[in-house]
Design a protein around this ligand. Sequence first.
Ligand SMILES: *[C@@H]1O[C@H](CO)[C@@H](O)[C@H](O)[C@H]1NC(C)=O
Length: 150
Amino acid sequence: MATKSLIFSFYTLFLLLLLSPFSSQNPTPAHSELTNYGFPIGLLPSSVLGYSINITTGDFSVDLGGSCKVTLPPDNYLATYSKKVTGKIVAGRIADIDGIRVRAFFKWWSITGIRSSGDDLVFEVGMVTAKYPSKNFDESPACEGKHSAS
Ligand SMILES: *[C@@H]1O[C@H](CO)[C@@H](O)[C@H](O)[C@H]1NC(C)=O
């Protein structure tokens, strides 16, 4: 009996893995690096050309090839990524971010930091923070249009 249900759950797990966005999306090394630090891949758009990281300091630079506009779940905020996004990453925390902006309350705001807090992600815009479930970022968004934003 127990063996049977164990086999069943392995089978279910296998199916889930096959069907999950992770396997179909083929994340880039930069996306894998995000998961190494405890973040979901959806924080970066799918159009990553390359990245570099200093594993001593955590300073990183991501090359997106061009600026990129995406719509962030769940509130459909418009966000833009610069051609180059830089920051400092350690386990559960990304600081000194440069290159990610979000449109809210009729203004563009720079996201300066992102923290992982349990099942949530905490986005820092200066002194203000906003919390969203990490699972909203399980998929890497595609850039909308080619020469969007500035
Ligand atoms: C990482 O940063 C440290 C401190 O700035 C520096 O000494 C070191 O050379 C850097 N490593 C690489 C691989 O760039």
